[in-house]
Design a protein around this ligand. Structure first.
Ligand code: ADP
Ligand code: ADP
Length: 239
C-alpha cells in the first residue's frame, strides 16, 4: 500500500502558472525517490504539496491511507507529524544552540505553551542527542547553529527532522548550496537514514548525475508534468 499517492493533482498559481499538471504518482514505504527537472519544472511545488505547505488546486494527496488534502485541524497536524522536511536554506534558528534547534522537531508532540518556554521532557533531549549522533554531530550539541559550516547546519536540520520520528522525509534541494564533498556527506546521511530506519525519502535535486548516484527511483518533471518515472538505470540526461 503506497505511503504517498498523488491522484490527478493540479496546482495553478494565482498568476495562472501551472505548477503541477495531472500528476499521478504512488510512492511506497522505504523508497528513496529523487525528483529531477530544470528550474521551474515543479519540483518544489510537488514536494511542498506533500505536507500541504502549498495547497493544490484539484485532485488529492493521500499520506499513509489518509487524505492530507481534506484533513483539518488535529487530523492535519497528526499527518504532518509523520513528515519531516529539510530545506535548501536549512531554516535553523541561527542564534540558538544545535540542541534547541533539534528539539524543535519535537514541537509537534507537545502543547505550544510548554515548547514556547523550551520545556521539553528528558526523553526528547535523549532523542535529540541520538538524532545528532546519526549525523555525526553529537559533539556540537551546545554550539550555536550559526557557528557551524553549511554542511553541518544541513545535518542539524536532518537531525531535527529525525527527532520528529517521521515516516517520510522531504528534502527540497538539500545540497544546492553545498560544495561537492559536503554534498556527498549529506546525501550519504540521507541514504543511511533510508536504509537503517526505513524512512521513505523524497529528494529534489537539479543534478541528474547525483540523482543517478543515490536514487533508486527517479521522477522527472517538466513544466509541472511527469515526463519520467522509473528505476535509476533507465534515466537519461534528458530525464
Ligand atoms: P522547481 O522547484 O522545479 O524549480 P517550482 O515548483 O519552484 O519549480 O516552480 C514551478 C513553476 O511554478 C515555475 O514556473 C515557478 O515560477 C512557478 N511558481 C512557483 N511558486 C510560485 C508562486 N508562489 N507564484 C507563482 N508562480 C510560482
Ligand atoms: P527555496 O530557496 O526555499 O527553495 P525559492 O527561492 O525557490 O525557495 O522560492 C522562494 C519563494 O518564492 C517560494 O515561496 C516560491 O513559492 C516563490 N516563488 C517561486 N517562483 C515564483 C514565481 N515565479 N512567482 C512568485 N513566487 C515564486
Amino acid at each position: 500500500k503506497p505511503i504517498i499517492s498523488f491522484k490527478n493533482v493540479n496546482k495553478v498559481y494565482p498568476n495562472g502558472t501551472q505548477g503541477l499538471k495531472d500528476l499521478n504518482i504512488e510512492i511506497h514505504p522505504g523508497e528513496f525517490v529523487i525528483v529531477v527537472g530544470l528550474s521551474g519544472a515543479g519540483k518544489s511545488t510537488m514536494l511542498r504539496s506533500i505536507n500541504r505547505l502549498h495547497e493544490i488546486s484539484s485532485g488529492e494527496i493521500v499520506i499513509d491511507g489518509k487524505s492530507i488534502t481534506h484533513a483539518k485541524g488535529k487530523n492535519l497536524r497528526l499527518i504532518r507529524r509523520d513528515i519531516g522536511m529539510i530545506f535548501q536554506s536549512f531554516n535553523l534558528i541561527k542564534r540558538s544552540t544545535v540542541l534547541k534547534n533539534v528539539l524543535t522537531g519535537r514541537v509537534a508532540y507537545h502543547s505550544t505553551f510548554k515548547t514556547f518556554f523550551g520545556l521539553f521532557p528528558k526523553e526528547d533531549k535523549e532523542l535529540a542527542y541520538e538524532s545528532l549522533q546519526r549525523v555525526n554531530l553529537a559533539e556540537k550539541v551546545y554550539a550555536r547553529a550559526d557557528e557551524l559550516s553549511g554542511g553541518q547546519q544541513q545535518r542539524v536540520s536532518i537531525a531535527r527532522a529525525l527527532a520528529q520520528r517521521p515516516k517520510i522525509f522531504l528534502a527540497d534541494e538539500p545540497v544546492a548550496s553545498l560544495d561537492p564533498i559536503t554534498t556527498e556527506k549529506v546525501m550519504d546521511d540521507l541514504k543511511r537514514i533510508n536504509q537503517d530506519l526505513g524512512i521513505t525519502i523524497v529528494v529534489n535535486l537539479h543534478s541528474v548525475a547525483l540523482a543517478r548516484e543515490y536514487g533508486t527511483r527517479i521522477i522527472g518533471l517538466r513544466a509541472g508534468e511527469l515526463v519520467f518515472d522509473g528505476p535509476v538505470e533507465e534515466a537519461t540526461d534528458e530525464t
